[in-house]
Write a protein that binds this ligand. Sequence first.
Ligand code: HEM
Length: 490
Amino acid sequence: YRKWSSGLPPGPPGLPLLGNLLQLPSQFLYLKLHAWSHQHGPVYTIWMGSQPFVVLGSVAVAGDLLDRMSAMTSDRPPMIKPRVFYFRDMVLMVQDRTRMWRAQRRSIHASLNVRATCRYNPMQEQEAAYLALELLQHPEAPFRERVHRFGSSVIFRSVYGGESIQLLPVDPTKRLEKLTIEGMNASMPQNSVVDLFPFLEPVIQKVKWLRKQADGWHNRLLQEAVPLYDTAVPTDGFEAATIVHDVNSNMEKYDMTKSQAVWMTVALFMAGQETSVTAITFFALALLHHPEVAERAQEQIDAVCGECPPTFADKENLPYVEAIVKETLRWRPGVPLSAPHKVSEDFEYKGYIFPKGTIFLDNLWSQTRDPAVYSNPEVFDPTRFLDKHGNMIPVAPDTHLDQLGFGHGRRVCPGRDFALNTMFIACAYMLWAFRFEWPVDDQGKEIVREVSELQDASFTVSPKMFGIVLHPRKEGLEERLLAALGSSKI
Ligand code: HEM
């Protein structure tokens, strides 16, 4: 304890032995940490038992510690239950910066870097057209469900290929999704006895019965992931190879076994599905609250695209739509507490000493409302990313102020360019096709979902279910969408 406490930044007082454990809520932890940032400053320490967690609550501090010093701050906490028992050290999100982790990051980068990810644009356009068509044809179905199908299909097809899941009789992502949720729940510290009492690890290793649930999960995941990996096929005419195909043809280069490749690809699905869906749901909530933003975007889209649905070729002429996407991710980051980073060697910063093993909590919620960077941070204002001519303002080198929602340093989300494209095309399509309105009750009163009404699903935080009425903006919208699908290049 003395080793830890000597040079760490101070924070809220806690109890002997337990530290701040009893003060931490089981949900919306980032809000509590944000409130403490107002009292204790942009970098402070909380204790869970004998483990210190340093909370990073400003853009400057997180940039210094996680970006510029990322060589020392990019490991992950032990997370014994998920890492050892559920994932058996195969899932890159919870691995330290091992040789295997590096190989996987290189491989993902090759498939999803800003240029390579454009291979998926035709598929993403096609999926956006299916989304708009479904929203038009089935106005009674919950909006989130449709967006969910879209988000699942886009990520699933980039990894494993095949037809749009909109066209399949059985949704192949459902079982994977269920397993992802189970795996995420197991990763929560409050659900893990062995992470509180690490000395139990060897006991659990020896007693099969104690590992029953974790072993079951591991085996069921492999039963899903291996056949998907083995049967991955590029969609007919879909020029982009699947990520499975990329990895398969480069296994030697990355010195990867098949088992590692199977886990890496399924991990991309697990990390990319709910995050993208959440972001698009926040987009719709934001525009319901800000019809003036939707109108301005629609003016731009109409001027650029006219009666044809938007495509990626229009993107550079639609800066306002791009700014809406960035503002959505800033205003309501879907992963508000990012993923924790662990310090891999002792170092000093601004007079504080951070010993090896310190864990950083990257509070993206605080950072995306850092008044030093974003004026009126609670206001949804896409123009903060635009100059006075309406063009995107280039982001200062060495910062990523327009993409903070994707985390930091060497652990920064490797799917971010893919995710931004998915969001762009879904948002552009919906804005082009529909006028958004709240549903009304029997008395004609709007049924509004407040922007503060959120649900915490452990890693992601999304709006509570809300109703939305979509009015077609184009004559013959259905025919136009069908025509776009008919001429789709895939
Ligand atoms: C809007 C959508 C998304 C958001 C907001 C998001 C956000 C994040 C965040 C905050 C992290 C943690 C970064 C850190 O530790 O500093 C992360 C990690 C990760 N994301 Fe994303 N993500 C999104 C979409 C995606 C997609 C589409 C993919 C895959 C194609 C993906 C794959 C991953 C992976 C594999 C990691 C773990 C990286 C590592 O531990 O080295 N994400 N993401």
